[in-house]
Design a protein. Structure first.
Ligand code: CA
Length: 457
């Protein structure tokens, strides 16, 4: 199924800065400095391996940005449990980012300018930064996607004032409510950065039930903490982000969860580890050392016996700053109190970091990059020429940004069994909760099959 991906050559991609369309992206505060970051405080439990001269990293330093949600766990665990150090990366600094806009600004300037070398990203941020679509002056800054961090662990939360009105995974009985609100103050939903995961999850969920996210509701970018305040005061109806936020809303009796992303698309791609391309090109061995640390952290996290300890490490003030790790502990076991009487107790719905019900989580499938780009075309965020002619333009961009080849090299050096190293850059046909299928060989057909979309195709 990866035939087409493999045929696309890695020839130099000509990046064209497109001025039009970039203005709709909301920019974070420019020059927003990263918060002072964590270097490991817990005693390392991993012995430092005897690194061969061929694998010795060019540098021991890297500065990685993260957002305090469960997606960042592999980075934090790799630091705190000594997995980075084990592979020679003894000076990794994690830098908590105030917002996704700050993360984007900080990777633009790089660690040499006081920013970051890479870290955690929603998709397709690395592709949009590479294309200069969301950077200052539309400057293209090449980035490489190196691993997926996590699947699941995200939800769509709804303000409690809408309890009992039929807002759930499916919205059939809630449609009159949406129509009624549209006539006065439209249903308002927030995400933390436009055109990426959470925006796309809300849009998919609404449109699957026949609600047009561009005309029937109001969608906007709001920082997580502000959204919670707005939900309390009743000015915000919905919010999508990663744990622990959705369950915190339930716990604090501010909202309930309409849907887990695990219900919208089981074993879906979520957030990724990506670095500046120039950093990777200068430090190929250090890149693989970082990947090895992350892969070991992901395996450690998928041992459910470690999840109590993981919740305690993540809840600490310098990371998520939670009053109690309990708010993470249940979701980590696949236990979700949805807040509307619905309870999920199913381990297959928990966040997974290394392997899930479909195979590798950590390996960055190029077919998933293509879905994120196809959704950007669907909603008019990217021009449709990305998807025309068998998606040649999208696939060429993906081939340049998605460095699954480096993931595989690192996995082999780490001694990962061959059975856990995918041989295909495509995970194949994907299926969503509404029965819609995405065949990565035919993204144009997928767009044609969708009733609600902005692009005319
Ligand atoms: Ca997320």
């Amino acid at each position: 199924m990866s035939g087409f991906f493999n045929q696309v050559s890695r020839r130099k991609f000509i990046v064209t800065a497109v001025a039009s369309g970039s203005a709709v992206f909301l920019k974070g505060c420019l020059g927003n400095p990263p918060e002072p970051g964590g270097t490991s405080t817990t005693s390392s439990v991993q012995p430092v391996v005897n690194i061969s001269p061929e694998q010795k990293p060019e540098t021991t330093k890297a500065k990685l940005g993260y957002i305090p949600i469960v997606e960042s766990a592999p980075l934090i665990i790799a630091l705190e449990k000594g997995f980075f150090k084990k592979h020679g990366m003894s000076d990794v600094e994690l830098s908590k980012q105030a917002s996704w806009g700050s993360a984007r600004d900080n990777v633009e300037i790089g660690s040499a300018g006081g920013g970051i070398d890479g870290g955690q990203w929603q998709m397709p941020m690395p592709h949009l930064i590479t294309e200069g679509k969301i950077t200052k002056g539309n400057k293209p800054i090449p980035m490489y996607v190196l691993a997926q961090l996590v699947t699941h662990g995200n939800a769509i939360a709804i303000a409690n004032k809408h309890l009992g009105k039929g807002i759930s995974l499916k919205l059939d009985t809630a449609k009159p409510l949406f129509a009624q609100l549209k006539a006065s103050t439209p249903f308002t939903a927030a995400f933390t950065f436009p055109h990426v995961n959470q925006d796309l999850w809300i849009r998919y969920w609404l449109s699957a039930s026949g609600i047009d996210p561009d005309t029937d509701v109001k969608l906007l970018t709001v920082p997580a903490a502000q959204t919670v305040a707005n939900m309390k005061t009743g000015t915000m109806d919905a919010f999508s982000t990663g744990d622990p936020w959705p369950f915190r809303l339930v716990n604090d009796k501010i909202g309930f969860m309409a849907a887990l992303t695990a219900e919208i698309w089981k074993n879906h791609p979520e957030e990724y580890f990506a670095m500046r391309g120039d950093w990777v090109d200068q430090n190929p061995k250090a890149t693989k050392a970082l990947l090895k640390g992350i892969m070991e952290a992901q395996q450690w996290l998928d041992n459910f016996n470690n999840r109590k300890e993981a919740a305690e490490i993540l809840a600490a003030k310098k990371y998520f700053g939670l009053s109690s790790p309990a708010v993470l502990a249940d979701p980590f076991q696949g236990k979700y109190d949805m807040g509307d009487g619905r309870k999920i107790d199913d381990k297959s719905m928990a966040a997974y970091y290394w392997k899930d019900g479909k195979g590798s989580v950590s390996y960055p499938y190029q077919s998933h990059d293509l879905w994120f780009i196809t959704e950007n075309v669907r909603w008019g965020f990217l021009p449709k020429d990305y998807i025309a002619n068998g998606a040649a333009k999208a696939k060429e961009l993906i081939k340049k940004v998605n460095r699954e080849d480096i993931w595989k090299e690192a996995a082999k050096e780490l001694g990962i069994p061959a059975a856990d190293i995918p041989t295909n850059t495509s995970r194949g046909v994907e299926e969503f909760f509404d029965g819609v299928k995405f065949d990565p060989e035919k993204p144009e057909e997928y767009l044609k099959s969708l009733k609600i979309k902005k692009v005319s195709i």
